[in-house]
Design a protein around this ligand. Structure first.
Ligand code: SF4
Length: 435
């Protein structure tokens, strides 16, 4: 490819949206670098001449952010600061024709499965032997491992299957191979991600094989923490919890998005589970591992949600006492089955319900954090900020969960594990002394 601003091309990849998108960007950069194309993520130096924007199309706010990023980069191109702007990812998959018509200044749009076509733009080849080789955008001590793509569920609010297609699992061998490569590169913690973790294996092995995959990953030497994100609650395979209990390097941590607790809402969301079944499942998980950290995510303001439904959700949180909770406001997405319902709650009311629900959780979180005072916990050191080290326990994932402020007179290495005695608790964080 010939460009006018520079002799040599430098590609900057901008990633929007979730960790799954980040993995796609890491794979793309791995392929570009293998083809000897100078590639960086989120380039602060601004010395690149080509941009690839990996967009998100999940909910309204994410779409707006993606479109704004495209417009900003198109403007840079107009001012001669960039030669090429490419757009890939979920938004581009979902709205390609509209985007081509409305923002034609973009040089090319690609869908979520079009990595080889992106590479062709750079006269580069897709190198199949590089599957699993990525240029990490995360610090070198942790990484995400995407075990499958797509989703076969039909949750009524969710646009993800429109953009990511049906569930496709990767083989155990390829995932173990990738994990070994990541560990050889310094990774100590792997976060397993997928649109729906518990479905793993049903497509390629005809049975749910997450427990088998977990055993195989837990055998990878040097891998100290493995944590599980995005487990669907209906037909949850409880053997996962047994493997978690059995294997020391699988964190006692489970991220299980439940979305709501009122049966009326769960039904309208097509979640295939009732509040009673969710309570039984949580009880069983906690019976098997009493100190398991349970994270969930919820939706506020789904069509038809009443005050009673909100009260029921708050009551559920008080009874279940989740360790971590995240909340989204409902986004009315075309081509989902919930789009046929009336989006009858105002944006302000959705926000206010989300805050009200989070206030309930805030008290629970503080109480739970207070219970940790005096305990000594294993902590991974993530970074140094304003002269203080910040880390996480096995009960906390990256970005979404609590952090531990580590008071230490000695120098610590980023990525090392240390023992910290907890001395203070905040709503969502802990503080302690290096032991
Ligand atoms: S399981 Fe998750 S990704 Fe799949 S349809 Fe439901 S919310 Fe969407």
């Amino acid at each position: 490819m010939k460009t006018k601003t520079m002799g040599r091309n430098k590609v900057n990849i901008i990633t929007l949206g979730c960790s799954k998108n980040m993995v796609d960007s890491e794979v793309l950069s791995g392929q570009l670098i293998a083809n000897e194309i100078d590639t960086v993520h989120e380039n602060r130096k601004k010395d690149h001449n080509i941009v690839i924007i990996n967009t998100c199309g999940f909910i309204e706010k994410a779409k707006e952010e993606s479109i704004q990023t495209i417009l900003d980069n198109v403007e840079l191109k107009r001012r001669g600061k960039l030669d090429k702007v490419y757009v890939t990812g979920c938004l581009s998959e979902r709205y390609k024709a509209n985007l081509e018509a409305e923002i034609p200044e973009v040089d090319a749009y690609f869908g979520t499965m079009e990595l080889p076509r992106i590479l062709k733009q750079f006269d580069a080849d897709f190198k199949a032997e590089l599957i699993g080789e990525r240029m990490l955008a995360t610090p070198s001590h942790y990484a995400y491992l995407k075990i499958s793509e797509g989703c076969n569920r039909t949750c009524s609010f969710c646009a993800i299957p429109l953009m990511r297609g049906k569930h496709v699992s990767r083989s155990i061998e390829s995932l173990v191979d990738e994990a070994k490569r990541l560990v050889a590169g310094g990774v100590k913690e792997l976060m397993l991600i997928a649109q729906e973790l518990t479905y793993y294996g049903l497509d390629i092995y005809k049975s749910r094989e997450l427990p088998k995959l977990l055993h195989a990953l837990a055998d990878v030497e040097g891998l100290e923490w493995i944590r599980l994100h995005y487990a669907y609650p209906s037909k949850f395979p409880l053997e996962i919890i047994d493997v978690m209990k059995e294997r020391d390097n699988i964190c006692n941590y489970l991220d299980m998005p439940l979305q709501h607790a009122s049966n009326k809402m769960l039904q309208a969301m097509k979640r295939q589970i009732s509040r009673e079944e969710m309570e039984d499942l949580i009880g069983e998980i906690r019976y098997r591992i009493p100190d398991v950290c349970l994270r969930t995510t919820l939706i506020a303001g789904f069509p038809g949600e009443t005050r009673d439904d909100v009260e029921e959700l708050k009551d559920f949180l008080e009874r279940m006492r989740f360790d971590r909770v995240g909340i989204f406001t409902y986004s009315h997405e075309e081509d989902t089955s919930a789009f046929d319902l009336a989006d009858d709650i105002t944006a302000e009311e959705k926000e206010s319900r989300a805050s009200e629900i989070m206030e309930t959780q805030q008290e629970i979180s503080l109480e739970k954090n207070n219970e940790k005072i005096g305990r000594t916990l294993k902590v991974i050191v993530d970074k140094k900020e304003a002269g203080r080290y910040m880390g996480r326990t096995e009960y906390d994932s990256v970005e979404v969960d609590n952090e531990v402020i580590i008071n230490s007179k000695s120098k610590l290495l980023i990525g090392e594990f240390v023992q910290v005695k907890i001395t203070k608790a905040y709503d969502y964080d802990l503080e302690g002394e290096l032991v």
